[in-house]
Ligand binder design. Structure first.
Ligand SMILES: Cc1cc2nc3c(=O)[nH]c(=O)nc-3n(C[C@H](O)[C@H](O)[C@H](O)COP(=O)(O)O)c2cc1C
Length: 174
């Protein structure tokens, strides 16, 4: 059994609910809010899943500075953390109807921040089935992690989570 941690933020909304659904689909995953994570323990995990929402494209960079992800990434960098033996996957909540030009931008920003630590990044997800015009979470025709839209496609979330979790297990060799 792989030792797995799911880190998410914020608490109490769609990200929180999705985090719990992913953990229950996966089984045996520890859940922690990003503000509660002890960074010195991270290299002890085989898999780390990170999830967040997009809070507005214009102010995302500022938001990263002022929200709970900012101190998390700053501390990781300061400690010179390396995660060469850890698989890392991402999920992001967004709204493809109200924010089609910046759909799940936060997913791309989490990915970019985390790609500095040498981890094995897994869990790409096809961009088919969402109607949007731009996203920092997109790389070619794939998202860099699981994109979920609880505002407009809540009925698809359960199936997407189960399929994504199955894909992660496959990428890690079962
Ligand atoms: C002020 C505000 C700005 C938002 N900006 C974006 C955006 O740029 N792109 C996007 O995909 N979703 C955007 N959303 C939608 C949220 O990401 C989405 O509703 C998400 O499910 C919220 O998750 P939470 O309840 O955990 O915060 C925005 C929502 C709010 C309230």
């Amino acid at each position: 059994m792989k030792k797995s941690l799911l880190i998410y933020w914020p608490k109490g909304g769609n990200v929180d609910r999705a985090a719990h659904r992913i953990a229950s689909s996966f089984g045996g995953v520890t859940l922690q809010l990003v503000s509660d994570v002890d960074i010195s323990t991270l290299a002890g995990y085989d898999l780390i899943i990170l999830g967040g929402s997009t809070v507005g494209a214009e102010n995302w960079e500022e938001a990263v500075e002022s929200n709970a992800w900012g101190p998390f990434f700053h501390t990781m960098e300061k400690q010179g953390l390396r995660l060469d033996h850890t698989y890392v996957a991402f999920f992001g909540l967004g709204d493809h109807v109200l924010y089609p030009d910046h759909f799940v931008d936060g997913l791309g920003l989490l990915y970019e921040e985390f790609s500095k630590f040498g981890a094995r990044l897994i869990g790409r997800w096809p961009a088919k089935g969402y109607d949007f015009t731009g996203s920092l979470g997109l790389d070619g025709d794939m998202f860099v992690g699981l994109a979920l839209d609880e505002d407009h496609q809540p009925e698809l979330t359960g199936g997407r989570i189960d399929a994504w979790v199955a894909g992660l297990k496959q990428e890690m060799g079962g």
